[in-house]
Design a protein around this ligand. Sequence first.
Ligand code: MOS
Length: 742
Amino acid sequence: MIKDTKNPPIDRIDGRMKVTGGAKYFADFELPNMAYCVLVGSEIAKGTITSLDTKRATGAPGVMGVFTHQNMPPIPGFDAPVGGEADGLAPKPKTEETYRILSSPKILFDGQPIAIVVADSFERATYAASLIKATYNKQTARTDLQKHVAEGIAPRGAEGGNYSRGKADAYQTAPVTLEANYTIPVEVHNPMELHGILAHWTGANTLMIYAKTQGVNATQNAMAQAFKIDPKNIHVHTEFMGGGFGMGLRTWPQETAVVAIARKIGRPLKLVMNRSQMFTLVGHRPYTVQTINLGADTDGKLIGIAHAATAETASYEDFTEATVNMTKFMYACPNVSTRYRIVRLDRSVPIWMRGPGEATGAFALESAMDEMAHKLNLDPIEFRLRNYTETDPEHNRPYSSKHLKEAYQRGAEAIGWNNRKPQPGSQRDGEWLVGYGMSTGVFNAFRWEASARALLKADGTLTVQSAVTDIGPGTGTALTVIAHNVLGVPVDGIKVEYGDTSLPKAPSQGGSAIVSAVGSAVYDACTAIKQTLIELASKDGGPMAGRQADELTLADGVLSVTTEPGKKVTVSELMRTNNLTVIDKTKDSKGSPELEKYSMYSFSVHFVQVRVNPLTGVVRVAKAVSVADSGRIISPKTAASQMIGGVTGGIGMALTEEAVIDHRFGRYVNNNLADYHVAVHADVPAIETIFIDKPDPIINPMGAKGMGEIALIGFAGAVANAVFNATGQRVRDLPITPDKVM
Ligand code: MOS
């Protein structure tokens, strides 16, 4: 375990590169002889292509090929992964329908690629794509979940089925009851960087890929399966990524298609999708409806909770997420039941997005908790404290660590919770109504398997390597701090290399799991180096002969006896006298079975003050305080930035983000950044972040739990609860647009 000292708040190691253009994203790579491709999407959401005129496109200047279902080169492993199965995170059960890109005239969703045009420039490919004309036999598309909720099926995946403890209907007979319905619209990740791939067959069976992926090893495996070649012959590079938010957690069919076409035409091939294609081809947060039932006694003790959620998925793949899971373990309640259903619609398949299902579920549960607190005439924090649990009631086991009470208290102090008036609509500032709200968030703290390599050179510098990609949270920076803490090498003497399959294997960056997973491997590799140094120093004839490891301190390239600072040897001297130029250690790290005795979660509490204009219905988040109980904070600066980023996403989720479908056509009407509103600078106040910063004694040697997802999970509920406090309007359908507040 790392000493309980503050970690250094170092600057982001890749910050300068990112702001000076030195960081190369996949689309920045240029290869000799490279060609460009552009996707042509279906104009209908369901039916069959009856004719496809590609003649003009084929004859257009610079065009090297037009690929449709009539001439698409075969993808050898098409029965295996068009994505998902190989991403290492969760299997996606198949449905009766299958979607295999450009393999049939059948249309399963709006925007489905019907052609891929290849040309010698992006502009020429774009022009040629505009010349393709299709006719369709159109069928009625089912795209409106609200109309088809009754068709929900229990998914076969991990989140399928029902959960229940105690009496499932106990809430019905409780003295105080509440039933409420919630809607989460379709939301789209919309990172700044556009999605795509650059594929280069460097030999008959060897492949180089520059991709926009959250996991280079996952992409490597997916392509190995698709093309039936050894993963060792596939090199994937993604050092930088301009935002992922979950969309890069699988390999998408159009990426596989580009690789197949690149092989066929014998040139490196680049695909950069446009913004509207990113609404249909790289996943989205699924439209979800939820019902919460709460029953409590008049003292505010929960007697029963029921949580039912129904979400959309595609006709051709069952996407599931952990929407109802938080309800199972968050509160001390003897009678809890949850039910999760999916409805197969004529839509493209969803994927995890920002705090995924947990964010959807937390909005419902934490809104209901606020509503119930109001019914009970209790402060919302007091109501949560009356139902606080120190152990996990779902699995009957302890939490690895939980400091949520302290988080409630510190957040309440920071926002000025005492200023909240329980009576809704009773606080004004000029023409603005003022309200306060809070919500809890929670997400699994994982310990996935990962490996890392560390190389200490005789000059005292250290290189750390892992295949993991850094999609933005500051992974490289956190790994630097971990290495610094173990070996005492100054941070500017540490180089972290990541985002490439030539480096030791790592899981995809997602699930808030990377500091825990890859950080542990870095910790272990650096610890192995430290042990080697101590062995060299303490062996017979060594400068510290007879000393034990725990008597020694390693800092700034000097190994010394802790109690006798004068007794020391430099690392370079030690290596030189042993004829070593480098100490090179690779470690594979995973959690011990001991971890299974615990429930491991990170917790957050979000507090907001909103101002609502009663004339226009405009809601402004005026203040936000987010508190994280995510174990030891490794990199305080980047962790705070990540928290701010999550809250910014939370403001969008709460107030503006909604991909609107015109169900007559099964198509989006706002598939661009002008009409799909992400939170922008003017929407975001100064956000205060607070870390409890107490090490988790179980999860890993750093004591760090994850903190990416909890930055957003719960936030929208805090805003909705504050809007209620400000106005008396309970908005249960996101986003909270002015029309719903008026
Ligand atoms: Mo995150 S939704 O695990 O990229």
